[in-house]
Design a binder for this molecule. Structure first.
Ligand code: 2NE
Length: 274
């Protein structure tokens, strides 16, 4: 694929081609671990992809073949979270990944994790959050939190339990083992496994298949799955999408126009549907 790079980033690359955006974490020396700057840049790139009407599907990946992402950069982990400027006295840390996870979950276009090598720790949670995962045969999955003094009790635990079952999710978190691509496929953690050499071509083929389909139906399908999983926040998204469509009807327009014209809305002409 002949990707066109867009924007100025230090930790990631944002590229696109023919309806597909590709976001690549470019920190291969640390197995694509993320620091706050990395997450801020991914978030910006996701916003670009969301706002660009020519983009229908987004790929999230890591540079090189050794890792998708190895989670939070432990070198900038402070006592209050991950630090933007480590060593700065009084620096207050954060978990930038909290908002990023929700952003991916909320994004109204499919997000596909393209995983070669390790998806570990917070990097494993990133692939979990993505809508689909295409794995290379060298991919390895796992959580390390309890080994390095951390845990991810939101999507990292809950979504994992929904995907692989509660017992298996506890195994993943309690033992911090690694699972190869075949085991991940058997567990339902990934959608398919392909030879490393075919990873991008296969991922792009899946993306192109989605690009053939109705964008709004895809958006509604994503929101529908999440409506059950995310409680009121999930229902809210689906309901707002319904409202988005309702705005285009004569009935909704009558409410808006009546308000602007300072008159009583004439809803009598609209059917009370059975
Ligand atoms: C990823 C893994 C399994 C790779 O192993 P291997 O043997 O292929 O590579 P190696 O030698 O361990 O790593 C290569 C270089 O990358 C650095 C290493 O320190 C090493 O550096 P040098 O010795 O070459 O200088 N590196 C790798 N991962 C890093 C990381 N996360 N932060 C900083 N440097 C890293 C193996 O490297 C591994 O297990 N990595 C650690 C995975 C981990 O524990 N991640 C953090 C989990 S906590 C988290 O992500 C989190 C959370 O729980 C809650 C909120 C936010 C984040």
């Amino acid at each position: 694929v002949d990707w066109t790079p867009v924007g100025e980033f230090t930790d990631i690359a944002y590229e696109h081609n023919d309806g597909i955006a590709k976001i690549t974490i470019c920190r291969p020396d640390v197995r694509n671990a993320f620091r706050p700057q990395t997450l801020v840049e991914i978030s910006r790139a996701l916003e670009y992809a969301r706002e660009d009407p020519s983009i229908g599907v987004i790929i999230l990946t890591g540079q090189g073949t050794k890792a998708f992402c190895s989670g939070g950069d432990q070198r900038v982990r402070g006592d209050t979270g991950y630090l933007t400027e480590p060593g700065t006295s009084g620096a207050v840390g954060r978990f930038h990944v909290t908002d990023l996870q929700v952003q991916i979950r909320r994004l109204p276009k499919p997000v596909v994790a393209m995983v070669a090598g390790y998806a570990i720790g917070g990097g494993h949670v990133l692939h979990l959050i993505c809508d689909l995962t295409i794995a290379a045969d060298n991919a390895r999955f796992g959580q390390t939190g309890p080994r390095v003094g951390s845990f991810d009790g939101g999507f990292g635990a809950g979504l994992l339990a929904q995907l692989v079952g509660s017992k298996k999710a506890k195994e993943v978190w309690f033992l911090c083992r690694q699972y190869d691509a075949t085991q991940a496929l058997e567990m339902g953690l990934v959608n398919t496994v392909v030879p490393l050499a075919d990873l991008e071509a296969e991922t792009v083929a899946w993306c192109r298949e989605m690009l053939e389909l109705s964008p709004f139906a895809l958006r509604a399908s994503k929101a529908s799955v999440h409506a059950a999983e995310d409680g009121l926040a999930g229902i809210q998204q689906l309901a707002h999408d319904a409202n988005l469509l309702f705005y285009g009807t004569a009935e909704a327009r009558e409410g808006r126009e009546a308000f602007k014209e300072k008159r009583r809305p004439e809803f009598e002409r609209f059917p009370r549907r059975a």
